[in-house]
Ligand binder design. Sequence first.
Ligand SMILES: C[S@@+](CC[C@H](N)C(=O)[O-])C[C@H]1O[C@@H](n2cnc3c(N)ncnc32)[C@H](O)[C@@H]1O
Length: 284
Amino acid sequence: MPGGEARAADALAAATDSFSAVGIETPRLDAELLLAELAGTDRATLIVDRDLTLEPSVARAFSEAVRRRLRREPVAYILGSRGFRHIELLVDRRVLIPRPETEMLVELALEVGPTEVLEIGTGSGAIALAVADELPDSRVVATDVSDGALEVAIANARRLGLGERVEFRLGSLPEGSARFDLILANLPYVPDSDGLPPEVGQWEPEGALFGGPDGTDVIAEVLVGIGAAGIEAPVIGLEIGQGQGERVAAMLRASGWPETEVRLDLAGIDRVVVGRRSRPGVDA
Ligand SMILES: C[S@@+](CC[C@H](N)C(=O)[O-])C[C@H]1O[C@@H](n2cnc3c(N)ncnc32)[C@H](O)[C@@H]1O
């Protein structure tokens, strides 16, 4: 190769082999995502252009990215960002990497068409910022108990130009009673004893993952807090994990949302519980 330039195809093949050897689930895809971003191109070009060569600086950056991925660091942390709905979010180890199934909560917001939204446990700000982005008349209050997470969320809001309509607050719930049109939350719901892939268990924040022995402790605490604070909303949507649908639906009914519905994700797993109640004098 003239000038010692590396061929993209060779670099990809070598990275894919080394990722496979350590048991990474999607070795070729991960190698393509990393190289496409670092080379400033797209995956289709990498696949089609067999003669593409890499600038030495790109080849070095790719070697470093491969080294990090071999330690099972998630691709999104290595690249520093992840797409969610129509927005790109900065992510690092202070926040959970937004998952595609969480988009179901944004879809619920589009169905409800709220003006005032409360999001509890905002992490990177994914849900709050996607709702503000897709519902231009909405205002969102978003909370998190992690100050590191809120720093990331605030940086994302500024970058996306959504800071005017999304207000971030440290803590579980906003202070005092308040009325919202919709409450959304993707709280930690992994049962404490669940084994997780290294990418999750070793890299993502523990406080974003685990929810007690059966995974529903944080959800239960937050529902009690909502009632105690006098926070009201006619609709609530909670993300949940496998097998938690009926348990969390019962919690919502006991917390004053008598109509409940469990929605499944594309894999057929309980993923969102929606609770509804009438607002006296408004919906009744
Ligand atoms: C599963 S992550 C979800 C992050 C983001 N909403 C998303 O969907 O990608 C849960 C988030 O809730 C926060 N959290 C944990 N317990 C909480 C509580 N009691 N009240 C508010 N936030 C909490 C964590 O710090 C974490 O950022």
